[in-house]
Design a protein around this ligand. Sequence first.
Ligand code: ADP
Ligand code: MG
Length: 336
Amino acid sequence: MTEFELIERFFARAAGAKGAGTLVQRGIGDDCALIDGGDRWLAITTDLLVEHSHFLSDVDPAALGHKALAVNLSDLAAAGATPRCFQLAVALPRADAQWLDAFCGGLFALADQAGCALIGGDTTRAPRIGGGDRNAPGPLTICITAIGDLPKGAERGRDGARAGDDIWLSGTVGDARMALALRRGESEEVDAADAVFFHARMQRPTPRNALGVALRGVASAAVDVSDGLSGDLGHILKRSALAATLLWNAIPISDPLSRQPIAQQQACALYGGDDYELLFTAASAERDAVQRAAAAAATPVARIGRVESGSGLRIVDAAGVELGLRGQRSFDHFAE
Ligand code: ADP
Ligand code: MG
């Protein structure tokens, strides 16, 4: 069972079924749920970061504070919502003032920059697990629920792509996965400056909120790239019941990643997670509008492919030949 089969089988229910009434505009299946906020929609998203699973125990606490909020802001960006406030729940192995000062430094620097206020949460001690002398603190766990808003009529999800739409991507992809490859010793050593770049991309992702807002009324569908370009595009295609062709040569790769062997570039850029770039579709008539939105948000975007009728995702080289990438897939918490 994959992560998404699990969600669909056990958790996904019709949002209006029990109690929510007409309050819920969008429920499970998009980056944010939308609920009625009177003259606007409120967008709500939750992300959980668990030690060993999402970050290593020696993570820089300031970077972790930044990232815990950034991944939620990124979901608000996909929905085109302006960040407003968030709740923070933590299970801490210990009360370490120095660690918490650094964590809060990273967290609140991004919160202030985004105009997103902490309005509540919960704090517990992570239980000790194991027995006797081997009693070890349970994993550090951080859960943030972020809330933003957007005008009624500006809503977009993963289901709005149409055949013929262009596929666009902000920034570059693959850098965070390359950092993980270096940490795991899966790749050759790289230049020190390149390694610093990759680690910064993994530890301090840049949520694309200005672009997400600027694309209101322009993008037909959007998702943020958290699990990998191919898998996250797959969410748009599945929900929109469409196919797509991606042009490998059009996919933006950073200079440091472009110095890696081509197989490594492709594995990282197409299947690596943790980039938090915005992947979106827009009608070809909107190309100028997309470029204006990107300029207004001071965020680079690239047109990387096209939505088509049918099903499945093809990735082709400059000659139009499909890349031989079978067997690779984006990140899935429950993949065997
Ligand atoms: P994201 O990567 O943007 O956080 P996912 O693609 O992981 O979102 O999740 C897909 C959808 O499933 C989202 O709408 C999310 O809110 C929903 N979802 C994930 N886990 C649960 C759960 N335990 N209960 C209900 N909905 C869930
Ligand atoms: Mg998302």
